[in-house]
Design a protein around this ligand. Structure first.
Ligand SMILES: NC(=O)c1ccc[n+]([C@@H]2O[C@H](COP(=O)([O-])OP(=O)(O)OC[C@H]3O[C@@H](n4cnc5c(N)ncnc54)[C@H](O)[C@@H]3O)[C@@H](O)[C@H]2O)c1
Length: 418
């Protein structure tokens, strides 16, 4: 039985890691929690039956105590990962850290280096590597069935509702408050490409901008909030009422208010961030971005992130010398074609351990608990492995802003000699 302390009991802390432990009470137990938000903290305390003296308002208070558990999960906002992580390592905790490791590339490198020197598990929540869909793709590549991999097309279809929720109204809307889109959302994609290609990154180039969710596109007479009698609300696909006041109590709706009664949600829309008109927010992150990548083994990848898609899904095409693979993550469908035989085989991927991130959340937790129990530090997503995909994200952002190709080795060297 692994004991865990949670730092940051928000959506991920409660609904991903907390939920996993409630479903696997024989494997792990939360024994301490820190979160400054009283309602959030108490919800977690109650769900996991944590004694009052082990509930803290801040990570510093929790980490001031003698070590309270085997491991700590850090799921605080993006820009607040570094300090609690380093303090927790010093205290001897095994670490599971939410991505991005940090919003500062130098801190990412420092964490990776530190992880190499320690005996503890230090894993980063790159959940896609644990999803059955991507595990299948990796196995197919290793089997050699499409020959030598030459190129990848990878699309992150964010989904118009998910984009409006997280990147226009929500926590990741403004890179000054959190991090640029390529780090906040697409560091998962940089990581999965790196894993599939199995070679270091040579160079990246990127284009993209915030095109639509801006004041200049606000319909005439649209008020600051959808709930303030907006004349176009009935036909607007981004209407807050349509997104949050239906019978659908999914994770989007759970974010706007802990109390999900209709009355509480209406109040949240009147007062909070999620009732704002999408054209009158303080957002600045891109709503579409492309990244071209060249790897050191000659493989190329073209990545597209776009807000303007119906569903939230990832789609991929892997092109090899003997065949091609096409895949749709949310449908859990893989299609593999062999050029010589002309045969196309359809593979239906079975997701084990729930639907979130294609089973990736559950797979990550299972692996983390197994590593803590076994004393092995060989995580598939250890901090030192995760540094490169973070640097690819930072380099892509530099390329987007400078409109220049960025070589990854030069980018790293510049970080060491500013
Ligand atoms: N791995 C994934 O697929 C994935 C998916 C979504 C989000 N994330 C990442 O997970 C992290 C958390 O995201 P979230 O959606 O849960 O956000 P959230 O805002 O719902 O939760 C963050 C929590 O941290 C708490 N917090 C803030 N300061 C703190 C402090 N000093 N000490 C203790 N707690 C503190 C907040 O009160 C909040 O409850 C982010 O870095 C995000 O980018 C990862």
């Amino acid at each position: 039985m692994v004991t865990i302390a949670l730092i940051g009991a928000g959506m991920r802390g409660t609904h991903a890691y907390g939920a996993y432990v409630l479903d696997h009470a024989d494997k792990a137990q939360f024994v301490a929690v820190a979160d400054p938000d009283q309602q959030t903290r108490q919800r977690f305390q109650k769900l996991h039956n944590i004694p009052e003296e082990r509930c803290f308002q801040d990570w510093e208070d929790l980490l001031k105590q003698p070590r309270l558990a085997d491991a700590v999960i850090i799921s605080t906002p993006d820009s607040t990962h570094y300090k609690p992580t380093m303090a927790a390592i010093e205290k001897g905790y095994h670490i599971l850290l939410e991505k991005p490791m940090s919003t500062d590339p130098i801190e990412c490198i420092a964490m990776g280096e530190y992880a190499k020197q320690r005996e503890q598990v230090f894993a980063v929540c790159h959940v896609l590597r644990y999803a059955a869909f991507f595990k299948n793709l990796k196995a197919l590549l290793l089997s050699g069935r499409i020959g030598k991999l030459v190129s990848i097309q990878h699309n992150e279809n964010v989904g118009y509702r998910h984009y409006a929720h997280s990147y226009v109204r929500g926590n990741w809307r403004n890179s000054d408050l959190s991090s640029p889109m390529i780090l906040a959302k697409s560091c998962h994609d940089m990581d999965i490409l790196l894993w599939l290609v199995d070679a270091d990154c040579e160079s990246v180039s990127s284009f993209g901008k915030l095109s639509y969710f801006k004041e200049e596109h606000a319909p005439k007479n649209a008020p600051l909030r959808c709930t303030d009698g907006c004349p176009v609300e009935p036909e607007c696909p981004y209407s807050a009422q349509k997104h949050y006041l239906t019978d659908n109590l999914d994770w989007f709706t759970n974010t706007i208010s802990i109390d999900t009664s209709l009355k509480a949600r209406e109040k949240a829309l009147k007062e909070g961030n999620y009732g704002r008109c999408v054209f009158h927010c303080d957002n600045n992150v891109v709503d579409h971005q492309v990244v071209n990548i060249e790897f050191k083994n000659g493989v190329t990848a073209a990545f597209t992130m776009c807000a303007f898609t119906k569903d939230t899904s990832r789609t991929i095409k892997l092109m090899g010398t003997l065949g091609e693979i096409r895949g749709h993550m949310e449908k859990n469908e893989i299609e593999i074609s062999n050029f010589a035989s002309g045969v196309t085989e359809f593979i239906s991927v079975e997701t084990i351990g729930g639907d979130v991130h294609g089973g990736g959340d559950a797979g990550l937790m299972e692996d983390f608990i197994r590593l803590v129990e076994s004393g092995s530090t060989k995580s598939l997503t250890s901090a030192d492995i995760s540094v490169q995909s973070h640097l690819m994200s930072f380099a892509a952002e530099q390329s987007r802003l400078s409109k220049k190709v960025v070589n990854l080795d030069d980018f790293k060297a510049d970080l060491s000699n500013p």
